[in-house]
Write a protein of this length. Structure first.
Length: 202
């Protein structure tokens, strides 16, 4: 008597096993495709962001520099107003002022009887290039440089009255600082002449 070999109920037919393996491979391919697409979308997004930043950053720098230059014009106007008040009110008259410098330098130059603000690396063309232009009593000059523009704003008191710094013909340069400078503006007499004396207040 020939006995028949019984098949185990736990053994899947080959056809079914092959179909299961094929489903796994298809799922893995789909997952790989999704991962590749995600990476590509991410790279495209980063490229777009980089392009936007490359355009926006210079514009932001221009706006920031223009704001600083506008504030510097206002600063010089305020100084000029106080200087003229002190001069007109006579010897001994004194006023205090605050000078905020976020970028650039402010020079008090008694030898040229001037107070000048200079921004060497301005990202904005603040006025017509290479031409001195007036803004009230303030002179403005913009020049092209390798790093952008150099912008000069200055008050000139030549022939009006004499300037001194701390009682002498000494140049003083105020640079960028986290806190405002405090200065005194005083009408003093040296010899037979009156001077506008500017000095730092500690």
């Amino acid at each position: 008597m020939i006995s028949k070999k019984l098949k185990s109920p736990w053994v899947l037919p080959r056809t079914k096993a092959c179909g299961f393996s094929s489903s796994i491979l298809t799922l893995e391919k789909r997952n790989a495709q999704v991962w590749v697409e995600t990476v590509l979308y991410l790279l495209v997004g980063l490229a777009v962001i980089a392009a936007i930043l490359a355009f926006v950053r210079p514009k932001i720098a221009e706006i920031q520099d223009k704001i600083i230059l506008d504030q510097s014009v206002d600063l010089l106007k305020q100084l000029d107003g106080k200087i003229n008040d002190v001069w007109n009110n006579g010897e001994g008259n004194k006023k205090l002022a605050e000078i905020v410098i976020r970028k650039g330098d402010l020079t008090i130059d008694p030898k040229s009887e001037s107070i000048k603000f200079v921004m060497e690396d301005s990202k904005v063309v603040y006025s017509q290039l290479n031409t001195v232009a007036p803004i009230g009593s303030i002179n403005v000059l913009t020049k092209k440089t390798s790093s952008g523009q150099s912008v000069e704003l200055w008050l000139n008191y030549t022939g009006v009255f004499n300037l001194t710094y701390a009682g002498a013909d000494t140049e003083k340069i105020l640079t960028k600082a986290p806190t405002p400078y405090k200065v005194s503006i005083t009408n003093i007499k040296l010899g037979n002449e009156n001077y506008i004396d500017i000095d730092l207040v500690s």
